[in-house]
Ligand binder design. Structure first.
Ligand SMILES: Cc1cc2nc3c(=O)[nH]c(=O)nc-3n(C[C@H](O)[C@H](O)[C@H](O)COP(=O)(O)O)c2cc1C
Length: 305
């Protein structure tokens, strides 16, 4: 049997395979280059960038939890200008797609970031309207359907590249958010960002994170994430990039069956920095063993009762 076809198109974005690294878990894409062959990846999603550099929250910003972790980094980043000068030229040496994730405290800031970067060698923008760990923007935007619509339409209007809206699971009906993203011109949605969680030290009685609450990620959230992808796929005709607790190719296949056309791996990069390479190999082997020629034979093909 020939090599299976893992290629995916999301608007004008062509991914050679559907395995991407998730924002905030792979730095600006270069920090892990000694551990993983970046050329093998379908794409890299950068750490969230804001117009100006941000220091983020004071420590402690990370705590391990059963089958997962809580983080409250608070969008620490070097800002758009330094990214373009110091990181993008190095990233452009690799044969993979570069998706720049943007976080902002106002609609105007999202628009400004896209405007500044849209003519650079960047393949798509992922708009983070879903960070649970900041006081302005973040969830305040991501849990408001009208705001998500406004951010989508205004970023689409100034972008020459596909706009992907990264959704929060901290809402009752995630499909409403996917629908408005589609209606306003998004090429895809990413589902999901982290769940709001909290962990408390029972001796000091202090929260384990300075920010008190944080975003829960890792295998603990995988079934919740698969269900969100399934819900969106059922309700809205838009490409979905699945995220949440993926550690191996079997996990990725669950997301594809639920309706995702690509996936991002986040927390597991910290555990096994070359896991994405292994997942790509595992996928190919699974496809060959099961006589599947193309990823399109799997997407959304869960056999429901
Ligand atoms: C330490 C850490 C930092 C993160 N930073 C960002 C970020 O800057 N922007 C963003 O959109 N998502 C961020 N995320 C969320 C991930 O991209 C991903 O949506 C989430 O962790 C769920 O996937 P996972 O369970 O595979 O980690 C971060 C996650 C972690 C664990």
């Amino acid at each position: 049997m020939n090599k299976p076809d893992l290629k995916i198109h999301i608007g004008s974005l062509e991914l050679k395979n559907p395995i991407l690294v998730a924002s905030g878990t792979f730095g600006y894409g270069l920090e892990s280059k000694d551990f993983v062959d970046i050329n093998k990846l379908g794409g890299i999603v950068t750490k969230s960038l804001s117009l100006r550099a941000r220091k983020g929250n004071p420590p402690p910003r990370i705590v391990e939890t059963p089958s997962g972790m809580l983080n409250a980094i608070g969008l620490a980043n070097i800002g758009v200008e330094r990214f373009l000068k110091e990181k993008l030229p190095l990233l452009n040496q690799y044969d993979t797609k570069i998706i720049v994730n943007i976080a902002a405290s106002s609609v105007d800031e999202y628009v400004e970031c896209v405007k500044i970067m849209t003519h650079e060698k960047i393949d798509a923008f992922e708009i983070n309207v879903s960070c649970p760990n900041v006081h302005e923007g973040g969830l305040e935007f991501g849990t408001n359907v009208a705001k998500v619509g406004e951010i989508t339409s205004k970023t689409v209007a100034v972008s020459t590249k596909p706009i992907i809206i990264k959704l929060t699971p901290n809402v009752t009906r995630i499909s409403e958010f996917a629908q408005i993203a589609k209606d306003e011109g998004a090429a895809a949605v990413s589902a999901i960002n982290t769940f709001v969680g909290m962990s408390i030290n029972i001796l000091s009685r202090k929260p384990k994170l300075f920010h008190n609450t944080g975003g829960l990620s890792g295998p603990a959230i995988k079934p919740l994430a698969v269900a969100k992808v399934f819900q969106i796929h059922k309700d809205v005709d838009i490409p979905i990039i699945g995220i949440g607790g993926i550690t191996n190719h079997e996990d990725a296949i669950e997301f594809f069956l639920a309706g995702a056309c690509a996936v991002q791996i986040g927390t597991h990069n910290f555990v096994e920095p070359n896991c994405t390479e292994k997942i790509i190999i595992g996928l190919e082997e699974y496809f060959i063993k099961n006589k599947i020629n193309s990823i399109h034979e799997v997407i959304g093909k869960v056999n429901l009762y």
